[in-house]
Design a protein around this ligand. Structure first.
Ligand SMILES: Nc1nc2c(ncn2[C@@H]2O[C@H](COP(=O)(O)OP(=O)(O)OP(=O)(O)O)[C@@H](O)[C@H]2O)c(=O)[nH]1
Ligand SMILES: [Mg+2]
Length: 240
């Protein structure tokens, strides 16, 4: 099984090397860094890392408007052209530990998509203040309630897909640009009949760099569930 990880980066100079080393530590992985012209030089550092692991790392330097959703649409489309079995998504800030990749890939034996989930056994998050834990747990319940989606963690950005399942999704139709893009993809996955599994992870708050979550991104994530059901209907046991 070969896995190509799509890794969006924006100003992750202090994290990119460590996360890349950990991903490359698994011999079944390849990496596509999707950098939005980070002013801190993340893209150039990624190029030096690509030279360290020839043939395993590619750096995609995006131009134009930046955004997590835009970066993922283009990055995932490029990944679908690669000769690999599975495609992964994760954050570059070390919140998603690459040590879980073998578990996530193993769960593809019986699923089309596996999610690294923070909410399977209570809440597994380290170093978040209480208000952030409450906000995230509430956001997940809200999204599940409005859309009818079943996973416990609908906003996790740590995911591994069977390539043929990802290829069936209408990536170009995605409208959300912040992390609501992840909700939108998951909704489409369940609507298209993907079998979704979850693997427990411990999520660790970033130690270096800064969050790119803005107020605009938060508002988008509140509105997205309603937009999704207006477009495709609320999911039920028989439609997901
Ligand atoms: N290419 C690209 N990557 C982005 C953009 N915004 C965020 N990212 C990356 O997406 C991942 C998640 O971003 P974060 O800022 O960590 O957002 P978050 O994880 O939801 O928030 P925190 O955990 O609070 O930091 C990281 O790897 C970021 O570098 C963007 O506009 N373009
Ligand atoms: Mg983060």
């Amino acid at each position: 099984m070969t896995l190509l990880i799509v890794l969006p980066t924006y100003n992750e100079r202090l994290n990119i090397e460590r996360v890349t080393e950990a991903i490359m530590g698994h011999d079944f992985t390849r990496l596509l860094v999707v950098d939005d012209a980070s002013p801190d030089g993340t893209g150039a550092i990624a190029e030096t890392l690509a030279a360290r692991w020839p043939g395993r790392i590619e750096v995609f330097h995006r131009r134009g408007p930046r955004g997590l959703g835009l970066a993922y649409v283009e990055g995932l489309k490029r990944a679908l052209e690669a000769p690999v079995d599975a495609i992964g998504q994760m954050d570059a800030d070390l919140s998603h530990d690459p040590k879980y990749l073998p578990d996530l890939v193993a769960a593809l034996a019986s699923h089309d998509l596996t999610i690294g989930s923070r909410y399977l056994n209570g809440i597994s998050v380290i170093n978040w203040p209480l208000h952030r834990l409450i906000l995230s747990a509430f956001a997940n319940r809200y999204i599940r309630f409005v859309t009818g989606m079943s996973p416990r963690d609908c906003t996790s950005g740590f995911r591994v897909w069977r390539k043929e399942a990802l290829a069936r999704l209408p990536l170009d139709a995605a409208r959300a640009n912040g992390y609501a893009f992840l909700t939108e993809m998951l909704y489409e996955a369940q609507r298209h009949g993907c079998r979704v599994g979850e693997v427990p992870i411990v999520f660790v708050e970033r130690q270096e760099g800064y969050s790119k979550v803005s107020q605009k991104v938060l508002i988008e994530s509140l509105l997205t569930p309603w937009r999704l059901i207006l477009r495709g209907g609320r999911l039920t046991r028989s439609t997901r």
